[in-house]
Design a protein around this ligand. Structure first.
Ligand code: ASP
Ligand code: MG
Length: 461
């Protein structure tokens, strides 16, 4: 039987009822597939109230020598509350409560040690972080056993070899093989896997970042391979990928299909779709990804698969990224001077500033960086190249669609839609791949701009 890898996000396992709901989804899938379930740490709808955020908060407090007990208490209350509803058999519940208690006691003693030494190494941070996914996976395992499913708890915290010292390009390939080996389901059992894998050289947050469980599920799927895995399903709290953020554009609708390239562009330009590392790994392994809503499991969701041929729609979706600053360096020295761009980008790299859009003329270069990208220091260092001006409070509005390759006049229509809505465009960028046309506008025009472009391309007459 083919395997479906199902990843459940923090909100999808956010309470006892939600965990039971996940049990229903797994039970339904087991009819005609084997399942490998990968879970994130329990979270409410507010990310800062999620277990992972609370662990990070506690560790920041510990390293400053401050008390952190209320953060741990919050985590404990949340889990005990969820367990009460998710597990009805008394012996199973008792055993699980004891495990939760032990795990949190270990977390507390680690934090106490950090409080004393006032130092938090990446390795200690990984040790702390993994607790969130372990607790969630244990709870889901017990809840499934409670309803007679042969669930098998799998902890990936120690999958990475002790002697791994740095993240070289082959690191994730090696890890992927080991993850797949650990997660291959035995006939009749359902592996319930911690979305945390560790301990990663330099720390998981640096190597992958928040939202790492998507990537864990991606590596497991790719490692098991398309011969075994029919689909990677990522279960979240939304119906799929939309033509625009439905909170800002009421007429936005769910896309039934989207190509991996389009989904990646949307991720990089402001839509929280999937962890950015996920797509490439799964798609190059020839495995489709489906996004589904745990609150509405009957919905079809969005399927991420390469486009077979040209499609009719030229624009697939529109997205916006706020908190953008435009920096312009003007210098007549740029004229005929080689090494100017290199110099500018070297400064940006030295300051760790991430650039999204770039546009140049004979005498100036403009680029966008994100708020908080070390602006003051970056500006000072750039001044040796010429006059530097900074415009904060901007947003990048992007149209994404592989169909744009085959259409003429798309950017013209975008600009006139924005113009008619009274939205001023300050920078424009279109790559030669023609899958993304982006422009920079004022942040306060974001919603108006999104609606105008959505109306022009993605709504009926
Ligand atoms: N629990 C982790 C986080 O909140 C990882 C994840 O959700 O994928 O970032
Ligand atoms: Mg998450």
């Amino acid at each position: 039987m083919a395997i479906i890898v199902q990843k459940f996000g923090g909100t999808s396992v956010g309470s006892g009822e939600r965990i039971r709901g996940v049990g229903d989804i797994i039970a339904d899938t087991l009819g005609d597939h084997q399942v490998v379930a990968v879970v994130s740490a329990i979270s409410g709808t507010v990310k800062s109230e999620g277990t992972t955020s609370k662990i990070l908060e506690a560790s920041e407090r510990a390293v400053r020598g401050e008390p952190f007990a209320d953060a741990i208490q919050f985590i404990e209350d949340n889990h005990l509350g969820a367990i009460e509803t998710a597990v009805s058999s008394a012996p199973l519940r008792k055993a699980l409560e004891a495990e939760v208690h032990d795990d949190l006691a270990r977390l507390t003693s680690l934090l106490e040690a950090i409080q004393v030494i006032r130092e938090l190494s990446p390795r200690s941070q990984d040790l702390l972080l993994g607790t969130g996914e372990r607790l969630a996976a244990r709870t889901l395992t017990a809840s499934l056993q409670d309803r007679g499913i042969n669930a098998d708890y799998i902890d990936l915290s120690e999958v990475v070899n002790e002697d791994e010292r740095e993240i070289d390009p082959a690191f994730f390939d090696r890890t992927q093989r080991m993850l797949a080996e650990r997660c291959l389901p035995q006939e009749g059992t359902v592996p319930i896997v911690t979305g945390f894998f560790g301990l990663v050289p330099g720390g998981l947050l640096r190597a992958v970042g928040r939202g790492y469980t998507d990537f864990t599920a991606a590596m497991i799927s790719a490692g098991l391979g398309s011969g075994r895995v029919a689909e990677l399903q990522v279960w979240k709290e939304v119906d799929g990928i939309f033509t625009a953020d439905p909170r800002k554009v009421p007429k936005a609708h769910v896309l039934r299909r989207i190509s991996p390239l389009e989904a990646s562009e949307l991720t990089y330009f402001g839509s929280e779709v999937l962890h950015p590392f996920t797509m490439e790994r799964v798609v190059s392994a020839n495995i489709p990804i489906r996004l589904k809503n745990t609150f509405h499991p009957a919905g079809e969701g969005t399927l991420i698969v390469p486009r077979p041929e040209k499609t009719a729609a030229r624009v697939t979706a529109v997205t916006a990224k706020r908190g953008i600053t435009i920096v312009t360096v003007s210098s007549n020295r740029m004229y005929n001077a080689y090494g100017f761009l290199e110099g500018v980008f070297k400064v940006l790299a030295d300051h760790g500033a991430v650039v999204d859009l770039v546009s140049t003329s004979e005498v100036s270069i403009s680029f966008t960086i994100e708020r908080g990208d070390n602006l003051r220091a970056t500006k000072d260092s750039l001044e040796r190249f010429g006059t530097v001006t900074v415009n904060a409070g901007r947003a990048i509005l992007s149209m994404v669609g592989e169909g744009m390759k085959f259409a003429v006049g798309t950017s013209g229509l975008m600009f006139s839609a924005l113009g008619s809505a009274g939205v001023n465009i300050e920078m424009i960028s279109q790559g030669a791949s023609e899958i993304n046309i982006s422009c920079v506008i004022r942040e306060e025009d974001t919603q108006k701009g999104l609606q105008a472009v959505h109306r022009a391309f993605l709504e009926g007459p």
